[in-house]
Design a protein around this ligand. Structure first.
Ligand SMILES: Nc1ncnc2c1ncn2[C@@H]1O[C@H](COP(=O)(O)OP(=O)(O)OP(=O)(O)O)[C@@H](O)[C@H]1O
Ligand SMILES: [Mg+2]
Length: 341
C-alpha cells in the first residue's frame, strides 16, 4: 500500500443492472465504469474531464463510499472503500454542483454552523472557519442572509464552503461550477486553488465537463468517456501530444454542400470538423503541417465558399478529446442521450 497516495484504483468497474420490475429479469446492463486505474498523490488537484454519462459521478460515489464497485478495488486515504468505509468518511467531504442543499429558513452562517456541528467541530473554531472561508470565497456580506434568498450562484458558493469547513484530507467536488456565471465560476476556482496553496497536503478531485476548468485549474486531468479513462496527464503534457499538428479555425460563408469528409480526403488534412453557425459555418482543421492549408483553400474556392476569418491556434483540451474520441465532447454527449431508454 502506498500511503502517499490519496486515491488509488485498480481495474475499477461498475455495471448498473436495470431489472424488469415485475419479473425481476435483467433487462439491460449499463457499463458505467470499466477498468479504471488511477493513482492520485496527496496534494494534487486532480480533474476528471468527460461528457454527460461518462461515469464521473459514478466514480465519485464509489470513492466516497456511497456506491459499491462491481469489479476491481479502490483505496481512499489508504483505506479500502468497500471494507473500511467508516475509516474513510471522517477524512473526506463532497460537494455536488447544482444541489439545493441547506435549510432555506436558516441563514448562511446558521446553515454552515449546523453542518459543522454534525462533524463535531467546536463552536468557536466553526465560527472562525465559517467567517474565513466566506471571506475567501466572497460571500462574507451574505453571512446573515437566509439561504433561500440566495441566488443559485451564491448558494453554490455556500455549498462549496460547506465542503471545506471540515478541513477534509480529500475533497470531492462533482461539477462544482455547474450552471454558474463566469464570475462566480472564477471565484470558486480561485477559492479551490488558494485553499490548496494554504493546505498543500490536502487533495481535491473534481469532475467537470468544462475544458477550460480542467485546463486552468487542475494539476493533472483524466479524460474519461463511456466509463473508460482514455488519457491521464498534466494539461500541458496532454496538449503537447498535438503540438506537431497545425490547428486552424476558419470562419466561412455557407458551406455549399462542403463536408468534413470531403476536406479530410485532401492529403495532409488529419481532421476537419464543420459546425454550422449563424449565417455560415466554422471549420476546425487539424493539418499535419501548415503546408496543407493552400489545398484546403483551393477546395473552398472551387465550391465558392468564402473565408471570412482564419486563425492559427494552440491546441486545447478539446482537441485532445477529439483526438482520443474522434468527435467533439458536445457530440459525445448527444450520443448518450440517444442511448437512453
Ligand atoms: N442509478 C443508476 N442506474 C442505472 N444507470 C445509471 C445510474 N446512475 C448512472 N447510470 C448510468 O451510468 C452511466 C454513467 O453515469 P454517471 O452519472 O456516472 O455519468 P457522469 O459522467 O457523472 O455524467 P453527467 O456529466 O451527466 O453528470 C450513464 O450511462 C448513466 O446513464
Ligand atoms: Mg455526473
Amino acid at each position: 500500500m502506498n500511503t502517499d497516495l490519496a486515491i488509488e484504483t485498480h481495474n475499477l468497474g461498475r455495471i448498473y443492472t436495470i431489472r424488469n420490475r415485475r419479473e425481476r429479469r435483467v433487462r439491460r446492463e449499463i457499463v458505467a465504469l470499466q477498468d479504471v486505474n488511477l493513482q492520485i498523490p496527496r496534494g494534487e488537484l486532480f480533474g476528471l474531464l468527460g461528457p454527460n454519462g461518462a461515469g464521473k459521478t459514478t466514480l465519485i460515489k464509489i470513492l466516497t463510499t456511497l456506491l459499491a464497485p462491481t469489479s476491481g478495488w479502490a483505496r481512499v486515504a489508504g483505506y479500502d472503500v468497500v471494507r473500511e468505509p467508516q475509516k474513510i468518511r471522517p477524512r473526506i467531504n463532497m460537494v455536488s454542483g447544482g444541489e439545493s442543499s441547506g435549510y432555506g429558513l436558516l441563514t448562511v452562517r446558521e446553515n454552515l454552523w449546523m453542518f459543522a456541528q454534525f462533524y463535531g467541530l467546536p463552536s468557536r473554531e466553526a465560527n472562525r472557519r465559517i467567517e474565513e472561508l466566506l471571506r475567501r470565497i466572497g460571500l462574507e456580506d451574505r453571512i446573515h442572509t437566509k439561504s433561500s434568498d440566495l441566488s443559485t450562484g451564491l448558494r453554490q458558493k455556500m455549498n462549496i464552503v460547506r465542503g471545506f469547513l471540515t478541513d477534509p484530507e480529500i475533497l470531492f467536488l462533482d461539477e462544482p461550477t455547474l450552471g454558474l456565471d463566469v464570475n462566480a465560476a472564477r471565484d470558486v476556482r480561485r477559492f479551490v486553488r488558494e485553499w490548496l496553496d494554504v493546505h498543500p497536503d490536502r487533495t481535491v478531485l473534481l469532475t467537470t465537463h468544462y475544458m477550460v476548468e480542467a485546463d486552468e485549474l487542475c494539476d493533472r486531468v483524466a479524460i474519461i468517456n463511456q466509463g473508460q479513462v482514455l488519457a491521464c496527464d498534466s494539461p500541458e503534457n496532454l496538449k503537447r501530444r498535438l503540438e506537431r499538428d497545425a490547428l486552424f479555425e476558419i470562419e466561412i460563408t455557407s458551406p455549399n454542400g462542403l463536408t468534413g469528409a470531403i476536406l479530410e480526403a485532401i492529403p495532409g488534412v488529419r481532421r476537419a470538423l464543420l459546425t454550422e453557425t449563424n449565417g455560415g459555418a466554422r471549420l476546425d482543421l487539424t493539418l499535419v503541417a501548415d503546408s496543407a492549408l493552400p489545398d484546403v483553400i483551393s477546395v473552398l474556392t472551387e465550391r465558392s465558399v468564402r473565408v471570412r476569418h482564419l486563425t492559427k491556434r494552440e491546441p486545447t483540451l478539446e482537441d485532445v478529446f477529439v483526438e482520443l474520441v474522434g468527435k467533439p465532447m458536445a457530440e459525445a454527449e448527444k450520443r448518450e442521450d440517444e442511448d437512453e431508454p
